[in-house]
Design a protein around this ligand. Sequence first.
Ligand code: OGA
Ligand code: MN
Length: 312
Amino acid sequence: MIVQEHYFTCSHMHIQATSSILGAYICEVDLSNLSESEWKEINKAFLEYAVLVFPKANLTDPQQVRFSKRFGKLETLTGNPLIKTLWVSNLDTNGDILPLDDDNFRIIRGNEYWHTDSSYMPVSAKASCLSAVTIPAEGGETSWADMRAAYDALDSATKSQISGLAAYHSFYRSQEELGQEVEIGSRYGFHRSGAPLRPLVKDHSETGRKALYIGRHAYRIPGMEDNAAQELLKELNEFACQPCFVFEHSWSVGDMVLWDNRCVLHRVKPYDYSKPRVMRHTRISGDTSEFAPTDPHEQPTHFAAQSDQSAN
Ligand code: OGA
Ligand code: MN
């Protein structure tokens, strides 16, 4: 059950923890015109709660970009360095509903599986910010799972089993799992550099807290037989995304949520795909500590056919 707190009665910025293990609601603050002390308070809450919900923030596109930039540089998700917002939407550019077999729509459907943003990039994301622009009447809720709490709750045998392990992350592989072969180099995240190798247990660069770093893009563990690695990753994902570690938000138009990709997984629930769902996404780049070396041999299985193209 989701308990909506009575955050609307306050006269100055109010931070209210959710009734889940992570997340807080923040209200009574003008996000388009933050003072330095308000920003510091928000940043402190971000590091503590990992997911911040700003109910009815109603930010415009440039205001969301400006707010996101307080946390760091933004990733260019659109291919155009001047456009920092990505529309996570089931509409085409004419505003018509995308057909179910459309490539962009199939990529968006991938968001229904637990993941963390940009773990497949050489530099993974620090945070993401999502605003609800158009939402369906039912479904389409977004959930976040606390990988700090999940790590803490592992038994000590599992903690020691995974302490030295790392996994490759690839967006190609996770879409392949859903039956989609994405063209090499065709979109953000589908690059030619190979897959980054990331430890399963991550030390948070700002808080020092340990967290599981897993999700759907992780697919292979060096030193482990592939089936055993996939079984381990599946078990860890299932353990870490149990309801006791999860906060779910049911969107109203204008709501904005900011989350820490370094220590949470997220996913969206299915909805009626014949109804529009339009979300505005900005993504804050990780700092140098989020860099992981990529292995150029870790490529999608359909790479060989195209390997006459540049390997970079
Ligand atoms: C994302 C994402 C979930 C949603 O934008 O990265 O996973 O609720 N979105 O649309
Ligand atoms: Mn995502």
